[in-house]
Design a protein around this ligand. Structure first.
Ligand code: ZN
Length: 118
């Protein structure tokens, strides 16, 4: 008596899913895209007075807030004036803005936009 071999292989393990052969097509070497450099806003040139510029920091059209600042030149000239017995003139050096640099600040982000140098 022939033994009936159960060919029905219905086991619980699912058959491996069919993976279609993916043809690997060598693509032409693509030149690596240049890293997108952030578009640097040119530093606007400024004058001795408040002016309308595009802030390089926040990129807004703003009117600068100016603040004059004593420079080494101011101190040297004041020292020379003091040595020349012109102390009142030396004091004037610090009072008048015409011997001091002018810093332009962005009123929106408070960043220093540029300095007008005397
Ligand atoms: Zn700004």
């Amino acid at each position: 008596m022939a033994t009936v071999v159960n060919v029905n292989t219905t086991n619980n393990s699912a058959p491996a899913p069919y993976i279609p052969y993916v043809q690997c097509i060598p693509t032409a070497p693509v030149a690596p895209a240049a890293p997108a450099a952030p578009a640097l806003q040119p530093i606007p040139s400024v004058g001795p007075k408040s002016c309308s510029v595009i802030c390089p920091n926040c990129r807004q059209q703003v009117r600068t807030r100016v603040s004059s600042q004593s420079t080494n030149k101011t101190h040297i000239i004041a020292l020379i004036l003091c040595l020349a017995m012109l102390c009142p003139c030396a004091v004037c050096m610090y009072c008048t803005p015409c011997t001091r640099n002018v810093n332009h600040y962005c009123p929106a982000c408070k960043a220093l936009v540029n300095t007008y140098e005397r």
